[in-house]
Design a protein around this ligand. Structure first.
Ligand SMILES: NC(=O)c1ccc[n+]([C@@H]2O[C@H](COP(=O)([O-])OP(=O)(O)OC[C@H]3O[C@@H](n4cnc5c(N)ncnc54)[C@H](O)[C@@H]3O)[C@@H](O)[C@H]2O)c1
Length: 254
């Protein structure tokens, strides 16, 4: 810890092993590509194998895995870790069906949202940490919805706010083992998942296409912005950073 390291070595991830959940599309796909570009061996775990079949040119390793199924999750983590152990977990897989007005939100809907976005992310970090034999870094994907809420997204924002508590507690407990745990709160990022929600969100009064660029930088949210932040957080540049929520939103919540 603490010795001077040349800048060009800081994001050299060769020899590192990473698991990216939900890495076949959107933000996860960008993060997986960036980690791989920096030399890490990356395994993408996703439950949508159809996408994989559509993009055979993708050089990333893939395992079909529903993160809510513990045996599939543990298998993905063990595969990513190999014999040497796991270095990075990017806890990215998440769902964001439009919640709708509070009085219409069913318990079943809330349970499903929490199951994927919170319970499975908790299990994923717990299991991954067991494989981080030489320390490591976990990056959880929260959302700016955790910070400011929003009409018609109550169940989603509740789930993403929980990720902040998860991140802070895991950071405290795993820090002594050399495992850093941070979270990113992306602003609105143009991904396949967001595109699927355009119409229902518009019906609820949110024009997502307009919101994607509604930030002080007037820049539309791209998955690579989040990938660059994830790269920073796993790298030695963030050696002294843990339990932190990094907001990456072009200043939308400033
Ligand atoms: N796009 C945004 O504006 C935005 C903003 C803030 C936070 N986020 C968060 O970022 C993460 C990625 O979002 P995105 O926009 O790239 O989504 P996306 O829907 O475009 O991609 C999500 C990926 O996760 C996979 N996935 C979903 N459920 C899964 C499960 N149970 N097991 C394994 N894989 C599963 C999907 O198959 C898909 O490949 C999510 O956690 C989301 O809540 C997104």
């Amino acid at each position: 810890m603490g010795e001077h390291i040349a800048i060009e070595e800081l994001i050299d991830l060769s020899g590192k092993r990473a698991l990216v959940t939900g890495g076949l599309k959107g933000i996860g796909k960008s993060i997986a590509s960036r980690l791989s570009e920096c030399g890490a061996t990356v395994l993408v775990a996703d439950n949508d194998s159809n996408v994989k079949n559509e993009s055979p040119s993708d050089q990333l390793n893939f395992i079909e895995c529903d993160i809510t199924d513990n045996s599939q999750l543990v298998k993905a983590i063990n595969t990513a870790a190999g014999n040497d152990g796991l270095d990075f977990l990017i806890n990215n897989a998440g769902i964001f069906p439009t919640t709708g007005p509070i009085e219409q939100v069913t318990d079943q809907f809330i349970s499903r949202m929490l199951e994927v976005n919170v319970r499975a992310q908790f299990s994923s970090s717990r299991e991954a940490s067991k494989k981080m034999n030489h320390g490591g870094a976990i990056v959880n994907i929260s959302s700016i919805a955790a910070l400011r809420g929003g009409a018609n997204i109550s169940a989603y924002s509740t789930s993403k706010a929980a990720i902040i508590g998860l991140t802070q507690s895991f950071a405290q407990e795993l820090g002594p083992k050399g495992i850093r745990v941070n979270a990113i709160a992306p602003g609105i990022i143009d991904t396949p998942g967001v595109q699927e929600q355009l119409e229902p969100l518009k019906a609820g009064g949110l024009d997502i296409n307009a919101a994607i660029s509604a930030n002080p930088l007037r820049s539309s949210g791209k998955p690579d912005y989040i990938a660059r932040a994830a790269l920073f957080l796993v790298s030695d540049l963030a050696e002294f950073i843990t339990g932190h929520l990094l907001v990456v939103d072009g200043g939308a919540t400033a």
